[in-house]
Write a protein that binds this ligand. Structure first.
Ligand code: FES
Ligand code: FES
Length: 1009
């Protein structure tokens, strides 16, 4: 190995000392500080680390730095320079001039950069990604853009198929794959023609205002495409130490012995802490404090991810070595692996109060009477496995001691609750803890629980040095809460005329080792378990049970994903038995204004379910060209129609012959000439509450300030994890102050600088923080009105706000002048507003007037249809098209909404077809990203998004949540389509393609006999 490496990075020559075993990604990120290159997995699975080496895209996380010797590297930071330097598209990147910009250093999402056109600052690919809304959390985007750049270098006019093939290994968990594909097509066209990048064709809201309701670009879009966006792992502090957590790695037992002496003696180790060193409360949690910060000697280990010691050292390598030197002995206990087992008599009790976290009950009418009145009763049990969020950015926390306080830099969905939990464990007043939220590379509910925040606080406090704890993908998979695995039995009673009269459900939810949000999640699963339908008699019982699996908590859909799969499958099964068309059965029972939900809530407004059903129903006919009665029947597809490539079909046939062995003869008859690809549509509906509900106070605060230069800043601690909240906040304030959105800066996620916006969960932030921003802006506007009225001696009604100018009966002032005027009068031009959503009622508790009242203040509704193609020989399922209609109240930013819908559909598709988190007796088998198949661009169907807008009276401009509803009906739409295509009912997720092939074969074999 040479001692020196000579390489050119973004046009700048570097001579660097060679380090053994160093990967190119580490050299770029940690030695050259080019942190635009991201690390999502470190195992060549996600593509986030893609850079160009001599023009070829490589996964820099597995590319040895020494191989880059003498080569030319281009990273995301270099791309704009290539475009702006005037180097022709075909020119060698070597010739590009590159000037490295200084880095931003705070979470402030600054709008000022948008004052010059994107095309003047960005490569057309970067520009197109921003314009088309392909950027959400942004963590995968550098990898996507660099891969796309390499494609366009060799193929300036790619087809969609060629784009998909090129990007097949570059994963996006926000999954805006259609937008990514459209961005690349638009950039390619611009590069070929020299014309400006074409903008997307997305309609405005039907309730359009001056700002809200129009397409608006993300405030953080440019940083996310040019590599300057800062995520926690991109930060470096002077004297920073590196942490490692020693985990139990056994699913159940008692810690008998713990010896940290060897770890402490290792050179470079600065601190090793155990449970004995916890200064305050020993447990943390979001609702119930049952999760130990570290398990102490003599205490119970409840899952493999339990921490038993933490290390801080001068380097990551030393911290890992020290962790491995810690010796532990356990007294192993029998393992509880599923919630049904956990409720059985005589099994070990994982917590002092037992294995039952919560028995949740829903009661409406008289379910026994309903079954007695039924002509037909159908009962079936469904199973869903554990699912993983698989955000592309693994968890990272940095604790920094500042005077007598600790500042914690991290990605968090609930900064103020992080602060509370850290302070409790430190035994401190909360004022001594500051959470400084950073951009998040996705969350989806998986960054609500504390991960490293407490551990870095303890280590930083003891060492009085900054300490970084970065999870690798293995640790991330092992440790953080998952989606609950469930067993759901549904029994439905109906009359001959198609009237559903009774629904009984029994749910078991696996909440794993600790409560996290398990009680809340399974409550939502239970209350939604009879679907968005009018059914007079409903009974549901849910048992949320502790097991020795990783904890389960919030995950997009919050329990409703699981129960929707069960009830929507049952609706189709019932429709078949009743000989009623499945759309019609849903129409008959669809909730509408005036309906009473299963929890006794009267819906008084904003119920767009029927419109969603009707729009999806007619859209299916439009896009397929089929008559309605043909949609749900199987259609045999010719080879030519089903596959663009005859060789691919041969491969399918060959693979089947190998897999199925002795059944070959029968299968080849089945295959015949043209009959093994079968298509059909499937249909499903869903609903999802907006906001916390259930009697929890649902508040969010925001502050709006006018600066001397006439710009505004809106602040709230609410989290931006890619979903687009900051765009909503900006547009809302722009609307109220009558300025361009670019005049509004946004600051989020800092407990010192931003008021408490509450948790980013339950699809609540557009509603509550949207309203907080809106009313804070209104309050400031009222103050400005009073000032102007006094100055010009006019009535407040005579003050008008137009296009950034305040008019007062013939006088006018810019906002910059207004700010100076207010200050000269001793007023500070800022306003704080704490918004509290309408009160809700706990489940099953009667109000004073003897009714059950409103468990939620708003619901979103969604309907999806999926067209699948099933290969009868292999059981392979392809989703060809998805139509998704969502009643979101009002589309505040149609561009962001499109991204949410597309991402939601892809997450639902993964839930049905590709993702499964495998456990084996409490041990995690899915311990690498490669073992958890999140869907890539190749699996992306054609997605049609239909926005339905039934406004809420109280939501900002009528808006309600969308983040979850757009994902909920996807899985049952797909599994219903599979049944319609080949007659195999999927009642256990993940869809098992071998099972489909086997069932088809057994059926065909029976027929043949
Ligand atoms: S970080 Fe390199 S492929 Fe995931
Ligand atoms: S934008 Fe791709 S992972 Fe979030």
């Amino acid at each position: 190995m040479n001692n020196q490496l000579s390489l050119t990075v973004n046009g700048v020559p570097h001579m660097l000392e060679a380090k053994p075993n160093e990967m190119l990604s580490d050299l770029l990120r940690y030695r050259l500080r080019l942190t635009g290159t991201k690390i999502g997995c470190d195992e060549a699975e996600c593509g986030a680390c893609t850079v160009l080496v001599n023009g070829e895209p490589v996964d820099s996380c597995i590319y040895p730095a020494e191989r880059a010797d003498g080569k030319t590297i281009v990273t995301i930071e270099g791309l704009a320079s290539i475009a702006l330097s005037g180097v022709s598209r075909q020119a060698n990147a070597d010739e590009a001039l590159f000037a490295h910009e200084p880095r931003a250093s705070s979470a402030s999402l600054d709008a000022s950069h948008l004052n010059s056109p994107l095309s003047a600052r960005l490569h057309p690919l970067q520009e197109a990604f921003v314009e088309h809304g392909a950027v959400q959390c942004g963590f995968c985007i550098p990898g996507q853009i660099m891969t796309a750049y390499a494609l366009l270098e060799r193929n300036p006019n790619p087809t969609s198929d060629e784009i998909r093939f090129a990007l097949k290994d570059t994963l996006c968990r926000c999954a805006g794959y259609p937008a990514i594909e459209n961005s690349i097509l638009a950039a390619a066209e611009s590069l070929r023609t020299g014309e400006p990048v074409k903008k997307p064709n997305i309609p405005d809201s039907i309730h359009v205002h001056k700002s809200v309701g129009h397409i608006h670009l993300r405030p953080d879009g440019v940083e996310k495409v040019n590599g300057t966006a800062i995520y926690t792992d991109d930060l470096v502090f002077d004297g920073m130490l590196y942490a490692k957590v020693r985990r139990a790695m056994i699913p159940h037992g008692f810690l008998k012995k713990l010896d940290i002496s060897k770890a402490k003696e290792l050179k470079g180790v600065v601190a090793v802490l155990t449970a004995d060193d916890i200064p305050g409360e020993h447990n943390h949690g979001l609702v119930i404090y049952d999760w130990p910060v570290m398990v102490g000697v003599g205490e119970r280990v409840r899952y493999v991810g339990d921490a038993i010691a933490i290390v801080a050292a001068e380097s990551q390598e030393i911290a890992e070595q020290a962790s491995a030197l810690i010796e532990a002995e356990f007294d192993l206990q029998p393992v509880i692996t599923n919630p049904v087992q956990a409720r059985q008599e005589g099994v070990p009790q994982i917590h002092e109060k037992g294995n039952l976290l919560k028995h949740i009950k829903v009661r409406k009418g008289d379910v026994e009477q309903g079954f007695a009145e039924s002509d037909m009763i159908l009962e079936h049990t469904f199973h869903t496995p554990i699912y993983e969020h698989a955000f592309i950015e693994p968890e990272c926390s940095i604790g920094v001691p500042v005077d007598s306080r600790i500042e914690i830099y991290c990605g968090s969905q609930i900064p103020y609750q992080d602060r509370t939990q850290v302070a409790r464990v430190m035994g401190w007043d909360e004022s001594r803890v500051r959470i400084v939220g950073q951009l998040m590379g996705g969350g989806f509910g998986g960054k609500e629980d504390i991960m490293g925040q407490i551990h870095v606080a303890m280590l930083a406090n003891v060492t009085q040095r900054p300490v970084k704890l970065l999870f690798d993908r293995h640790e991330s998979l092992l440790t953080h809460p998952k989606r609950h695995a469930t067993q759901i039995r549904v029994k439905m009673g109906a009359q001959k005329n198609g009237r559903l009269v009774a629904c009984e459900s029994e749910l078991y939810g696996d909440t794993g080792a600790y409560a996290s949000l398990g009680e809340k999640v399974m409550t939502r699963a239970t209350t939604h378990s009879a679907g968005p339908y009018n059914i007079p008699n409903v009974r549901a019982d849910c048992y949320a049970m502790y097991t020795n699996n990783p904890p389960a908590g919030a995950f997009r859909g919050f329990g409703v994903t699981q129960s929707a799969f069960a009830v929507e499958s049952m609706m189709d099964m019932l429709a078949e038995k009743l000989n009623i068309e499945p759309v019609e059965l849903r129409r008959i029972h669809a909730l509408h204004v005036g309906s009473i939900t299963n929890t006794g809530q009267e819906l008084r407004e904003s119920v767009g379910l029927m419109e969603c059903i009707d729009k999806v129903s007619s859209s299916m006919c439009q896009v397929s060209g089929l008559a309605h009665e043909e949609l749900f029947k199987p259609r045999v597809v010719s080879h030519r129609e089903g596959a663009k490539d005859a060789k691919k079909e041969e491969r399918h046939l060959h693979r089947t012959q190998v897999q199925v062995g002795k059944n070959l003869g029968v299968l080849s008859v089945l295959g015949g000439e043209d009959s093994y690809l079968v298509r059909a549509w499937g249909f499903a509906a869903g609903y999802k509450n907006t906001g916390l509900g259930g009697g929890a106070p649902d508040k969010s605060a925001a502050e709006v300030e006018l600066y001397d230069n006439g710009t505004f800043q809106v602040r709230s601690s609410s989290a931006e994890m890619g979903q687009g909240l900051t765009t909503v906040m900006r547009m809302t304030v722009a609307e109220e102050m009558s300025v361009a959105p670019e005049q509004v800066k946004v600051l989020v996620m800092d407990t010192d600088l931003t008021p408490n916006g509450g948790p980013t969960t339950a699809s609540r932030q557009t509603y509550v923080t949207g309203n907080a921003s809106r009313y804070a802006a209104k309050t400031l506007r009222d103050a400005i009105t009073a000032t102007m009225a006094e100055k010009y001696d006019v009535k407040p009604e005579q003050i008008r706000f137009e296009n950034g100018i305040v008019h007062a009966n013939g006088h006018s002032m810019t906002y910059a002048e207004v700010a100076k005027e207010m200050k000269s009068m001793g007023q500070h031009p800022r306003a704080l507003y704490e918004y509290e959503a309408p009160k809700t009622q706990p489940l099953g508790i009667l109000t004073e007037d003897g009714k059950y009242g409103d468990m939620h203040f708003a619901f979103s509704f969604g309907v999806q249809a999926a067209e699948v193609e099933v290969n009868k020989l292999t059981g392979e399922v392809r989703v060809l098209r998805v139509i998704s209609a969502n009643d979101v109240g009002m589309a505040v930013n149609p561009l962001g909404l499109q991204g949410q819908v597309e991402g939601g559909v892809m997450m639902g598709l993964g839930n049905a077809l590709t993702e499964e988190f495998i456990m084996d007796n409490g041990y995690v088998v899915t311990d690498h990203l490669a073992r958890y198949r999140i869907p890539g661009i190749m699996l992306t169907p054609e997605i049609t998004s239909i926005i339905v807008e039934h406004p809420t009276a109280e939501g900002p401009y009528g808006a309600k949540g969308v983040g979850e509803i757009c994902s909920i009906p996807t899985t049952p739409a797909i599994t219903n389509a599979i049944y319609n295509a080949v007659g195999v009912r999927v009642d256990r997720l993940l869809v098992d393609q071998e099972m489909i092939a086997r069932e088809i074969w057994e059926r065909e074999n029976d027929k043949a006999e």
